[in-house]
Design a binder for this molecule. Sequence first.
Ligand code: NAP
Length: 432
Amino acid sequence: MAFKIGLLGLGTVGTGTAEILLNPSGRHPLLQEIKIQRVGVRSLSKPRKVKLPPEVMITDLEAIVTDPEIEIVVELLGGLEPARSLILQAISQGKHVVTANKAVIARYGSEIYAAANEAGVYVLLEAAVGGGIPVIEPLKQSLGANRIRSVIGIVNGTTNYILTQMTIEGAEFDRVLAEAQELGYAEADPTADVDGLDAADKIAILASLAFGGRVKREDVYCEGIRQVSPVDINYAEKLGFVIKLLAIAQSDNSDQSDALQLRVHPTLVAKDLPLASINGVYNAILVEGEPLGQVMFFGPGAGAGPTASAVVSDIMNIVGVLKSSGKTETLDPLLSCSHQHYCTVTPIEEVVTRFYARFLTLDIPGVIGHLGTCFGKHNVSLESVVQIGFQNKLAEIVVVTHHVREGNFRQALEEIRTLEAIDSIPSILRVL
Ligand SMILES: NC(=O)c1ccc[n+]([C@@H]2O[C@H](COP(=O)([O-])OP(=O)(O)OC[C@H]3O[C@@H](n4cnc5c(N)ncnc54)[C@H](OP(=O)(O)O)[C@@H]3O)[C@@H](O)[C@H]2O)c1
């Protein structure tokens, strides 16, 4: 007897998923027991890369999530609606759900998991973060013995590609973005990627799994890469860093509380750290736990095949459970989501981190002294101060701080802006 699945969507990931399921030879034997019962799409006339019997394809998505024969609904539509409503409807019909939709899970995860627990069904989402990289299941299972200290990821391939190309070519952000759009590495509307929103969705999901609490998406502090300039990439290089868009979830041990830092921003990463070498569209997630230490997951973060590999692994996990017990009245705690409380998130002003700042100043004696005095007044200690160059008769001064409270650093900058010798502060970046 085959396990029948309903696919919502036959786009990039849906097609990759169907290709694996229709060609199970040489893969796990469980795949031979899975049948694509229905596929829901917007247009029946669109040419498709996979051959499916015409009666399988329909446009009525509700008919799929209410079909009594279908046991697993695989949501690969993207967007918030109708994806959220269809997931909830599938759950209310007692169906298990597999989704790649980080936007829906990051925003409506609480609602969806409460409904899934009530209905006794699984909602699995390996493909939602890191595409083909297995990271969700390791966080739920293989790393479960650890106290997780931090999860730091390069989780958006588009921005990593743009920053890598800016570093190689010394080119401006806008030019590299246009190139990335031509090559299909960036969407026509790149907002979700370049403004860090996609990475914020993903770190909200990873944090929730790693730290065992719910996370409100709006609690993730988020800055994108639009303001990163080749000038800063160049200075960073000279100081021994590369610039990466990092998504960070870190337990905040500074005050012995159980609060979490949750942030996405361009970050200077020392060249000898493992995340510094992740280039192009690749993703990597570095997890640090006690007693394990550090482990890094690396691989293709998007694309039809890699993402479908993650989707199908989730389908197989559910089929494995269904096959071994035949019922799921008690959910397997290693696959389901059981936490109820919300994580406390540290306000960004309270985060303690290092900073890089670039100042344009009048070329007069004593400027560096004034900067140092202002920083000192606000308890910001400097690791290095470099006067590196000149731009339009203005001196360019770059500072890197020791670990400082962000609120103190911002107050110091407020005061520095009022100094007569300061023309502008073109960049402020954080340092890992
Ligand atoms: N692409 C990746 O590399 C990647 C990586 C990781 C995660 N994901 C996630 O995977 C999901 C799917 O992404 P994708 O790139 O495969 O999207 P896509 O190529 O745009 O495909 C979307 C599919 O859903 C169908 N669809 C969308 N809205 C519909 C509606 N209202 N009614 C009926 N059908 C509808 C479309 O039908 P038509 O074909 O008829 O237009 C299409 O088949 C998203 O949540 C995305 O974030 C994607």
